[in-house]
Design a protein around this ligand. Structure first.
Ligand SMILES: [Mg+2]
Length: 313
């Protein structure tokens, strides 16, 4: 993959996040967003990006530096406690599960892979929202078990319930297929096949049923009111894939995602990363990218990652 596409994938996610921040938790059809605005839910200036991007940037830096899981937990903690990896020096939107996992590491001395919550209620989208860089790291990893093992571990740092883990397996594997040039429908078939025929423990295979709808041929034609857009990992993944089936243009897709309501920033961030993964020559509108706050920090973290994993020019 070209260095530019790696930058595009990460920047597209950040733009989706920033577009969605002012309307996070808003009810669908009570607003319409098609530009970078401020204020709203978090009372932040236009171009502010949230935890989705902060946690992603922490992972980008960890992968660039070949850091271990402990290194990544320290980076997550420096985000939560010190406002590192933020547009304005202060975090304003941290998921509960992530927050508790970081506390498990910092205050209770848990081993990194034991920090994540394994409660059924802890199945939010806080892991998938940060995992696009892992798909880039795993792009050339042909061994399925190695990929699954890494996706499971990187998820477990914050989310240890098998449903969240299976959500990450589906999401990262789809991203990887899109990066390799598969159409979305083919990517889904391939991933369904991989997962159901894998040597995964029954504990995980049992969770697959929660994700069944996205693999159904009729899924893309469901009406919008069948698509929830909450922060529950299953709803988030459904919403993102449904949007992607119905909009392949970056601008159209993120606008559709942001206007689904509820967990707008995370869904638009994931949609942005997915569109940029399947579109090598994507054009990211300057009207949006120019409004992103603290571009210097973003480039400082993303550029060496793109140089490490991408081909130049
Ligand atoms: Mg957020």
């Amino acid at each position: 993959m070209k260095q530019q596409q790696i930058k595009n994938i990460l920047n597209a996610g950040i733009i989706g996040d920033a577009l969605g921040v002012p309307v996070e938790f808003s009810q669908r059809d009570t607003y319409f967003i098609d530009e970078m605005t401020g204020d709203g839910t978090w009372d932040q200036p236009a171009g502010s990006w949230s935890d989705d991007s902060s946690m992603t940037l922490a992972l980008v830096k960890n992968l660039t530096e070949d850091g271990d899981y402990q290194d990544l937990m320290i980076k997550f903690a420096s985000y939560v406690y010190d406002g590192k990896y933020t547009p304005g020096g202060e975090p304003f939107d941290i998921g509960n599960t992530t927050n508790q996992a970081v506390q498990n590491y910092e205050r209770h001395d848990f081993a990194p892979l034991e920090c994540g919550l394994d409660d059924e209620k802890a199945n939010g989208n806080g892991a998938i929202m940060r995992l696009a860089p892992l798909a880039i790291e795993l792009l050339n990893q042909a061994d399925l078990d190695t990929r699954f093992g890494m996706i499971m571990e990187y998820t477990s740092l914050t989310h240890r319930h098998p449903r969240a883990i299976v959500g990450s397996l589906i999401y990262v594997e789809i991203l990887r297929e899109l990066m390799m040039g598969s159409e979305l429908a083919d990517a889904l078939m391939k991933v369904q096949d991989e997962l159901t025929n894998s040597s995964l423990d029954q504990l995980y295979l049992n969770e697959f049923k929660y994700y069944e709808r996205i693999f159904d041929g009729g899924f893309k034609d469901l009406p919008a009111d069948e698509i929830k857009s909450t922060g529950y990992v299953v709803d988030t993944l459904e919403a993102a894939i449904w949007v992607l089936f119905n909009h392949s243009d970056f601008e159209e897709a993120v606008i559709a995602a942001v206007n689904l309501g509820d967990d707008t920033d995370t869904i638009a961030s994931i949609v942005g990363a997915m569109v940029a993964s399947q579109t090598p020559e994507i054009k990211i509108p300057i009207k949006w990218s120019s409004k992103i706050i603290n571009r210097a920090l973003i480039n400082e973290i993303i550029d060496p990652f793109a140089a490490k994993y991408g081909e130049s020019a």
